[in-house]
Ligand binder design. Sequence first.
Ligand SMILES: [Zn+2]
Length: 88
Amino acid sequence: MTGHRTRLDATTGQILDHLDTRHLPAGELLLRCGNRRATRCPACSNVYRYDTYQLIAAGLRGGKTVPTSVSTHPRLRHPHRPRLRPRP
Ligand SMILES: [Zn+2]
């Protein structure tokens, strides 16, 4: 992405910050493509992989707004394994 942006204080008109992509190291603002496939974008697929790990880990041991008490009552069940007792 190329261009510039200037943020002003709405009441005083003072310049709060200014960004011009010509002054960035790459000469443009680099944005994530967000593709989850490693063959398409290794960098974005790594971010997705790390996010997925954190979601699964939080569901098993708590964290990321999930209480740690979740680790004492896991609700894991093999999707193809029959239940031990039939439902009443
Ligand atoms: Zn990407």
